[in-house]
Design a protein around this ligand. Structure first.
Ligand code: AMP
Ligand code: GLY
Length: 424
């Protein structure tokens, strides 16, 4: 089996590492990959949304399965592209088709889906510039804080949470009339603010059965104590201590089952990951959002805890016999801390040399934004490396992670020193 992973982040390095442990795989390819995936796979420098280039890569390298990391190729329809092409239609794609990817591609669609299938979520209404006045009126019926979401993909920036009603109305108008987030905000979902603690639950499904992967908590803000700008994620912990069995049973009954059955009822043949962002409000789950892929950096905390062969699970997804596959998870706790470039998530420099990461034994070093030039590993993005350790307790895992981080150096390296501390 030859496998192609699409993407270039820590998530894709984690997929590559886990898949490289499978005896069933001959050769792994990652496109475009990073300096970490270069160690166990062949990197191919193409853009995952350039489907013609993906096709060429797949045919040239005898690829049997494509694992799609990020959402953009899925929302753009890469799975449909494969099915519609005579040369590609028998190659398995792990990731939903367009009709499933819209769960992430349109917040309005995902809210309608949840409403239709009785899946707990915040009360909402959607507005465009044509019914802006009704949007103002709907805001009047809510109490602060006000949650405004661009309907379409906005690189994780399309959600505004505002305390002031007047400001919320101004922002709504900016979004729908002045395209604050481009085309993505021509429709805006306004929803009730959900109280509680946030966590993510990941599901792998073949469209019929599913496996619930370990839960994780993501740390989205750049600053310690959850302050400052939102980022793609600064760290993760898996499992989430407050998500006990009683809560996760509720998540399965009230959210996971109705989601998978709802997809079936709506005729959506969904093969891939469902990432469910949840709020735990006093033991009751409510869905904040769906993503149609794994999270980053959550994947770097979740995959190292899975004991089963990941390729075997993917084969179950592709052949729709996932229910026959064994699935087990270690009870050890994983903590992941993201090392970022100084300035991120605003402007930052690339091309800084990274040292000290090669001989780390007590942690797994996942590359995110890195590349190789003249045999040197350089920073090549905002999020540079994700350092994961396993331990018998959060404290032990964190100690290993922060101890490893002390050995790693690059100019203006930044990271949060409080990952997981809120869970102790
Ligand atoms: P989303 O892109 O939908 O995940 O939203 C980004 C972040 O905004 C979430 O991770 C939450 O922290 C926050 N958020 C989104 N919707 C709500 C809501 N209805 N109530 C409270 N917080 C929310
Ligand atoms: N860490 C959040 C995400 O992957 O969307």
């Amino acid at each position: 089996m030859n496998i192609l992973i699409l993407g270039s982040g820590g998530r894709e390095h984690a997929f590559a590492l886990k898949l490289s442990e499978s005896k069933k795989i001959n050769q792994l390819f990652v496109a475009p990959g990073n300096a970490g995936t270069d160690k166990m796979a062949i990197n191919i420098n193409i853009n995952p949304v350039d489907f013609a280039a993906v096709k060429k890569t797949v045919l040239k390298n005898d690829i049997n399965m494509v694992v799609v990391g990020p959402e953009a190729p899925l929302v753009k329809g890469i799975h449909d592209f494969f099915l519609a092409d005579n040369d590609l239609k028998n190659i398995h794609v792990i990731g939903p088709k367009k009709d499933g990817a819209i769960l992430e591609g349109s917040k309005d669609f995902s809210k309608q889906f949840m409403e239709k299938h009785n899946i707990p979520t915040a009360k909402y209404q959607s507005f465009t510039k044509d019914n802006l006045e009704s949007g103002f009126k709907f805001l009047d019926t809510l109490s602060a804080p006000y949650v405004l979401k661009a309907d379409g993909l906005a690189a994780g920036k399309g959600v505004l949470i505002l305390n002031d009603l007047k400001e919320a109305k101004i922002e709504l108008e900016e979004m729908v009339s002045n395209q604050k987030f481009g085309e993505a905000s021509s429709t805006v979902v306004i929803e009730e603010f959900l109280k509680g603690i946030e966590l993510s639950v990941f599901v792998l499904t073949d469209g019929i059965s599913y496996k619930i992967l370990p839960s994780a908590k993501d740390y989205k803000r750049i600053g310690e104590g959850d302050t400052g700008l939102n980022t793609g994620g600064m760290g993760a912990v898996s499992p989430v201590p407050f998500a006990d069995k009683a809560f996760l049973d509720k998540v399965e009954e009230l959210v996971v089952k109705p989601t998978v059955i709802g997809l079936q009822k709506d005729g959506i043949d969904y093969r891939g990951f469902i990432f469910i962002g949840l709020m735990n409000d006093n033991g009751n789950p409510s869905v904040v959002e769906y993503n149609v892929r794994m999270g980053d950096p959550e994947t770097e905390a979740v995959l190292p805890r899975i004991k089963s062969d990941l390729y075997d699970l993917f084969e179950g997804v592709a052949k729709q016999n996932l229910h026959e596959k064994s699935f087990s998870v270690t009870s050890k706790i994983a903590t992941t801390v993201m090392l970022v470039s100084g300035g991120y998530p605003e402007a930052y420099e690339k091309g800084e040399e990274i040292s000290g990461f090669e001989n780390i034994k007590e942690s797994i070093v996942f590359h995110a934004g890195t590349n190789i030039k003249d045999n040197k590993v350089l920073t090549n993005g905002g999020r540079v490396m994700a350092i994961t350790s396993l331990g018998d307790s959060i404290e032990e895992a964190l100690e290993n992670t922060y101890c490893s981080i002390e050995k790693i150096k690059f100019e203006k390296m930044n990271y949060r020193k409080d990952i997981g501390l809120d869970l102790l």
